[in-house]
Design a protein around this ligand. Structure first.
Ligand SMILES: [Ca+2]
Length: 195
């Protein structure tokens, strides 16, 4: 039986190799998938959301990285390697629902202080100039920031996270290359409503 400790060590090595190669390249993905043949092995489902845009209904399933923390850039590549996406939130209703999901998911892993989600800014420190990188679409609602955020610490916080503050979760700008954070992948399925 493969111990959890071994998995953690192996994953750390894999994530390290990912960060030194080009993100999501074929060799790195193959290595990762040797240890985690499916997303079920690498991630834990923490909740679902059913939404609607015009006459299209969609279902999202959210997964948290189960065994490893990574940088934002690695997280994006790892989600993609499992045919998932780093999580996005189409509107405030979906985000509010996700805040509840994340709160209910604690304490798993032991303490979810912060998670990477999709979202970048070309204008660090801006409160409004943020984009979903999966689609290139500007985030169309007012982001709910942690108090004092975005603070663009060190002048390099161009990536979006959700961080716990006072028992609740809200957005925080964060380094794209800091390898200290769990992350959320999503799987989206669309349903066409007959009219
Ligand atoms: Ca920040």
């Amino acid at each position: 039986m493969i111990s959890k400790l071994f998995l953690l060590a192996a994953t750390s090595q894999l994530v390290s190799s990912l960060s030194h190669g080009s993100y999501g390249d074929h060799e790195s993905s193959s290595n990762l998938h040797t240890f985690f043949p499916s997303y079920d092995a690498a991630f834990a489902e923490i909740g679902r959301y059913y939404g609607q845009v015009n006459d299209w209904k969609y279902r999202k399933v959210y997964f948290i990285s189960k065994y490893f923390k990574s940088s934002w850039a690695e997280a994006k590549a790892i989600c993609r390697s499992f045919d998932l996406e780093l999580a996005t939130f189409e509107n405030l209703v979906e985000f509010t629902n996700f805040q509840k999901i994340l709160k209910a998911a604690n304490p798993f892993p032991p303490n979810i202080d912060m998670v990477h989600v999709d979202g970048m800014t070309p204008n660090t420190g801006s409160t409004t100039d943020w984009y979903w990188t999966n689609s290139g679409v500007k985030i169309p609602y007012t982001l709910q920031w942690n108090p004092g955020q975005p603070d663009n610490a060190g002048g390099q916080e161009a990536c979006l996270t959700i961080r716990k503050y006072g028992g609740d979760y809200a957005f925080n700008d964060y380094f794209c290359s800091e390898r200290t954070t769990y992350f959320i992948c999503q799987k989206t399925e669309l349903f066409h409503e007959e009219i």
